[in-house]
Design a protein around this ligand. Structure first.
Ligand SMILES: C[S@@+](CC[C@H](N)C(=O)[O-])C[C@H]1O[C@@H](n2cnc3c(N)ncnc32)[C@H](O)[C@@H]1O
Length: 198
């Protein structure tokens, strides 16, 4: 009984977080504008703020679980006076569930996510079928997916996973913007994968 009510409380909190996230994103995005992109696990926001400076017509959202990283990303937004970028401390799956139905999500970036190298942790990998499902549910048809990693085994695993997923068609897309990120600068890039929402 106690355990059940604990679960109910956790679910109610999750639902409330998703409601607030959805409201916040809808308010920022308005009608959406020319192109709307999401970076999942944006870290300190190096890459997304650099993209934002180069693409003032776009609307960009970056999410990360760690508050300090989001605060550093927000400081970059303030310093550069970027009005087209919003950073949120939010969990990736909840963000995708909260994505406003009225706004077409056109690009998703996943740069150097955790590789979760142990086999028993493979379910946590963000290029696995469950997360690809989540992204597909939020993405508009034609939405582009960009992934980069520094980890060779994770790259191969992700390539197979993406190629096997029915909602994503692997296609070669030019990399849209080159800039550093904390993990790219530290570890380099082993490989990139790109795909389009069918
Ligand atoms: C290895 S770092 C890469 C950060 C950045 N993309 C870069 O290239 O420097 C992975 C980031 O994903 C974030 N992250 C991990 N799981 C997450 C989740 N479920 N939702 C949101 N962010 C997540 C972590 O907090 C971390 O900042």
């Amino acid at each position: 009984m106690m355990e059940q009510s604990g679960r109910a409380i956790a679910e109610a909190r999750r639902a409330e977080r998703i409601r607030q996230l959805s409201e916040r994103m809808a308010e920022f995005l308005g009608e959406g504008g020319t192109r709307v992109s999401l970076e999942i696990g944006c870290g300190h926001g190096h890459w997304l703020t650099s993209l934002a400076e180069n693409s003032p017509e776009e609307r960009l959202i970056g999410v990360d679980l760690i508050s300090r990283r989001i605060r550093l990303a927000e400081a970059k937004v303030a310093k550069r006076d970027l009005t087209n970028t919003l950073f949120l401390k939010a969990e990736a799956t909840e963000t995708l569930e909260a994505w406003p139905e009225t706004v077409a999500l056109k690009r998703i970036f996943l740069l150097h996510p955790d590789p979760w190298p142990k086999k028993r942790h493979a379910k946590n990998r963000m290029t696995g079928p469950a997360f690809l499902d989540r992204m597909a549910a939020a993405a508009s048809p034609g939405c582009e997916f960009y992934f980069r990693t520094d980890d060779a085994p994770f790259f191969e695993w992700s390539r197979e996973s993406l190629e096997a997923h029915p909602a994503w068609k692997s296609v070669e897309l030019p990399w849209p913007h080159e800039a550093g990120s904390y993990f790219k600068d530290m570890l380099g890039v082993h490989g990139a994968l790109t795909a389009v929402r069918v």
